[in-house]
Design a protein around this ligand. Structure first.
Ligand code: ATP
Ligand code: MG
Length: 434
């Protein structure tokens, strides 16, 4: 039967009747002397399959009897509706072939999060990880689709970079032959030079941060979706951020209902994101709100911490946009508000339900002297930034951009407890294998 035409489990469930051939992996199995139930899993869904000794014969049934979880098999049979089966249908098997036998699978029920991370290469097969990674793929596609439609060009920066952009303390240094260089924290300083040629750019690429503390929101390697655009105002940057988040949520709600259900995530919690404009407030207004609603006093000039972000986000069912942060807490490249050098045109998008910052963006400082001053204050050697200063020397224009953490948005939309489940193989200070 090797010339059989295989269909997916999803296609089989849609058909519901007739003779078909399926292939995949044993998700569950149980049996008796004459009857074997196999729940088959493929890349699309699961379906119950019934193998009877009196149909397949004594010899074949011995194989069925030996089947263990995660063995790979090909099955041929007839589809029937069955209300008791996990997905409502079953395949009554006429014949089958074992493609790859499976040893005793190490993952069983109720194992610790750490064990599942040790066995991540196998845990990827779980229904939970399958659902998360499908939603993740949809989010990547939606980010690209949004900016493609807006006339942006996908562009790529180097990962080996000789300078910092987000503060030296979270830089990973790597031996580079006889010298030392760093892993990218952001594409930004290599995207800005290119907007003078292409104007509207985006990327999705890994960023690296040597985050010292273990939190449920930080990875040391994460996928960073960034955009940079010439002639943009600070308001334009916020509008693009709101636009792309709405588009990403819209695509997930339209295409990934089944996966949200597997994760136990109520889609209604995400619906307001599509329907309401995101509240926008300045940092100073945010401090006043924290005081009024929660009696929290934060000294003006201190960055918002997790606790303040979580309190603020608890007031809304959409992301909020906090703008005009104190200059001293933000990166050197953010534009000072004209007439108010103590604050910058930077914006953080804070997700609802305590998922923290999902976007950090800003209008970029165009004044070369201000840039040099800030870098000098941080103790940076200006020589390394000379290529970057050229962006302000030859036809500088107002511009800006943002970075969106893909795993942050995956965590939020999937309702995950830890950002580690938002990426296939997470890297944190304590974990870099398998
Ligand atoms: P945080 O305050 O949460 O550490 P940040 O201010 O350092 O964030 P940015 O430098 O603005 O973050 O980076 C842009 C986006 O990248 C953030 O809004 C966030 O979504 C994501 N991000 C930043 N650091 C990490 C990390 N260590 N792991 C996963 N995502 C991250
Ligand atoms: Mg950070």
């Amino acid at each position: 039967m090797s010339d059989a035409k295989f269909i997916t489990v999803q296609e089989a469930l849609k058909l519901g009747t007739g003779k078909v051939s399926l292939r995949g992996w044993v998700y569950r199995e149980r049996g008796s002397a004459a009857l074997k139930f196999v729940v088959l899993r493929d890349g699309t869904d699961i379906i119950q399959c019934v193998i009877k000794k009196d149909v397949v014969g004594d010899e074949k049934f011995k194989d069925a009897d030996k089947l263990q979880v995660e063995a790979s098999i090909e099955l041929h049979g007839t589809l029937h509706e069955d209300k008791r089966a996990p997905t409502g249908y079953e395949l009554r098997v006429d014949d089958f072939t074992v493609v790859g036998w499976s040893d005793q699978f190490p993952i069983t029920k109720d194992q610790s999060a750490e064990f599942l991370l040790d066995k991540r290469h196998l845990w990827l097969r779980s229904r939970k990880m399958q659902a998360i990674l499908k939603i993740r793929a949809t989010l990547f596609s939606a980010f690209r689709e949004y900016f493609d439609k807006e006339g942006f060009l996908e562009y790529h920066s180097p990962i080996f970079q000789a300078t910092q952009a987000e503060g030296g303390s979270s830089l990973f240094s790597v031996k580079y032959f006889e010298s030392v260089t760093y892993l990218a924290q952001t594409w930004q300083l290599y995207a800005e030079p290119a907007i003078f040629a292409y104007e509207k750019l985006y990327t999705i690429a890994p960023s690296f941060r040597a985050e010292k503390s273990q939190t449920s929101r930080h990875l040391t390697e994460y996928w960073h979706a960034e955009m940079e655009v010439a002639w943009a105002t600070f308001m334009d940057i916020q509008d693009y951020g709101e636009g792309v988040i709405k588009h990403m949520v819209r695509r997930v709600l339209a295409e990934r209902e089944a996966e949200l259900k597997i994760l136990g995530r109520d889609p209604e919690k995400l619906r307001p994101v599509l329907e309401k404009p995101f509240p926008r407030m300045t940092y100073t207004e945010a401090l006043a709100l924290l005081k009024e609603k929660f009696g929290m006093e934060l000294d003006w000039g201190k960055d918002l911490r997790t606790i303040e972000e979580d309190k603020l986000s608890s007031l809304y069912d959409t992301p909020i946009i906090v703008t005009e942060y104190p200059t001293i807490v933000k990166a050197f490249y953010m534009k000072q508000v004209p007439g108010h050098p103590e604050v910058v045109q930077g914006c953080d998008f804070i997700a609802p339900e305590g998922y923290g910052e999902i976007i950090g963006g800003s209008a970029r400082e165009t004044d070369l002297e201000v840039l040099k001053e800030k870098l000098t204050e941080q103790g940076e050697d200006l020589a390394g930034y000379d290529y970057y200063f050229d962006t302000r020397r030859y036809g500088s224009v107002p511009h800006g951009g943002f970075g969106l953490g893909m795993e942050r948005i995956v965590s939020w939309l999937c309702g995950l407890d830890s950002i580690k489940d938002a990426i296939p193989f997470p890297r944190t200070p304590a974990r870099w294998t398998p």
